[in-house]
Ligand binder design. Structure first.
Ligand code: GLN
Length: 307
């Protein structure tokens, strides 16, 4: 059994060993503002039931991007019920990139799962509220309850995505046509861009991971969502959380996880830890190169795999 001292030393070793892998990755360019990140940053954090351990660049803020998909899915399942949600979005992984449109026409005429962009945009349309602010407030409110602090968004990243999201706009209009997007298309996209622009750091993500690891209970011991909703979302994190890299990640790391194009990875070791990594350079599937290598290493060292 590792002690706290060991954890701190292990994390430092893992960052030092894996930081050079950033050279194998690239910064995303389709959201211009994300191109400004420093590809050499690397951080890793581990939250136990009582302590947070961290090493490297764990206090640098970055935007949630696709990691936000797990929060809107939790809110939609809680507020609308799983049946209403899964009427509009499927539960199967795809071998396609996260922003692919191809299955919308060929599969069941609904987005295959809620972790890819099309599915997440459909899920956003199910968040109740009269205005975008009110709907965003439900997603931000959940995060504020987990992190016990106010949430802000990165306005520059938000605007950068909003003004260049040609593909996501195409996905959203396609979803409207196949009856998988409720309400006004631009409003739903606005909500999606806002949730993607929420600012966090790597230490926050580890705390969020622990929230999942304890089936929806925050650090103060308060249940914020049902254990059933957390179980559903964690399952999606295993099958689709790393997009078309989910299979290999399950073999090599073996935990529920969700990545985002700004370089964060949220990981859950059920009943034990929240674990998170940050490293902005991405592989071809849009996952952090340094992040995956650090998680592989730590999974071996601490025997993370749930399989
Ligand atoms: N905001 C990004 C997009 O929609 C999120 C994608 C991601 O993190 N993989 O393209």
């Amino acid at each position: 059994m590792s002690t706290g001292r060991d954890y701190a030393a292990l994390l430092k070793e893992v960052v030092d060993e894996c930081r050079p892998y950033a050279e194998r990755g690239q910064l995303p360019s389709y959201i211009p503002e994300l191109r400004k990140a420093n590809p050499k940053l690397a951080g890793i954090a581990l939250q136990t039931s009582t302590e947070l351990y961290e090493a490297g660049d764990t206090r640098v803020e970055f935007t949630l991007q696709s990691i936000s998909k797990v929060f809107s899915l939790l809110v939609a399942i809680e507020e609308r019920g799983p049946e209403a949600v899964f009427a509009k979005v499927g539960a199967e992984p795809t071998g396609d990139p996260f922003n692919s449109i191809v299955k919308l026409e060929t599969a069941e005429k609904k987005p295959p799962n809620p972790m890819i962009n099309a599915g997440a945009i459909a899920v956003c349309s199910l968040i109740p509220g009269a205005t975008v602010e009110e709907r965003f407030g439900r997603i931000a409110g959940l995060l504020e309850g987990i992190l016990d602090r106010p949430i802000t968004i990165d306005e520059a990243v938000y605007k950068s995505e909003r003004d260049t999201a040609f593909r996501n706009r195409a996905l959203a209009w396609f979803l409207k046509e196949i009856n998988c997007l409720e309400g006004d298309v631009e409003e739903v996209l606005d909500l999606y861009f806002r949730q993607c622009s929420i600012l966090v750091n790597c230490a926050d993500l580890a705390r969020i991971g622990m929230f999942f690891a304890t089936k929806g209970i925050n650090g103060a011991g308060t249940p914020l969502v049902s254990a059933r909703a957390v179980r559903l979302v964690s399952t999606f994190m295993v099958t689709c959380g790393m997009y078309n890299g989910s299979g290999e990640f399950a073999i090599q790391v073996g935990i529920p996880a969700k990545s985002g194009v700004s370089g964060g990875i949220l990981g859950v070791v059920p009943g034990r830890f929240g674990v998170a990594t940050f490293g902005p350079a991405l592989d071809r599937k849009g996952n952090s190169v340094v992040g995956i290598s650090m998680l592989k290493r730590l999974s071996d060292l601490l025997d993370f795999s749930i399989f």
